[in-house]
Design a protein around this ligand. Sequence first.
Ligand code: IMP
Ligand code: MG
Length: 188
Amino acid sequence: MRILLGDNEIREGVRRLGREIQAFYGHRPLTIVGVMTGSVMFLADLLRELTMPLRVGVIQARSYRNSKAGKLVMNAEFMPQIAGRDVLLVDDIFDTGQTLFELTEQIDCLRPKSIRMAVLLTKEGRQKVGRNPDHFGFEIPDQFVVGYGLDYRDAYRHLPYIAILEEPDRIAAERMAEEAERGAVAAV
Ligand code: IMP
Ligand code: MG
């Protein structure tokens, strides 16, 4: 795999982002909501950079964009109460921005005091929504990346660096996913 961001570079970027977020909110209490599963490593590292009073929860987003309904379904079972709170939504990557845009709209209905978004990565020239992330770590070229939480078909999330997915890695992940599906069928 071609490494785009090494672990040291990521660490420095997350530290920089932590300082920026800290400077924005000061000592105001903050509610952080991580979008599962892609944000898992970034969330854990970012939390360690913040010193204001914090509450943390997670949500999961499922997109049914290909179906007629075409909407994003949010599972908020593990999200803390956010009415009247300053909320920071944390995710791995801002690609077209649709996921985070729709999530902020849905969270907005729960009447937070404010809602902002922080992502580790944003992709150059891909944004399709009228809002940019309020905080981001790195702008990357328009290529598919994996590692540090980001997956391809659920593989490669555990890599401590961010790499560009190349054809052999893509094929290997496809094979693993197919084997897992076959195994699941056999186990029934
Ligand atoms: P968006 O709604 O187009 O902004 O897409 C955001 C979601 O797509 C992210 O939360 C990721 O789960 C996924 N995604 C977009 N680009 C990549 C990538 O390069 N690698 C892995 N996942 C990606
Ligand atoms: Mg995601």
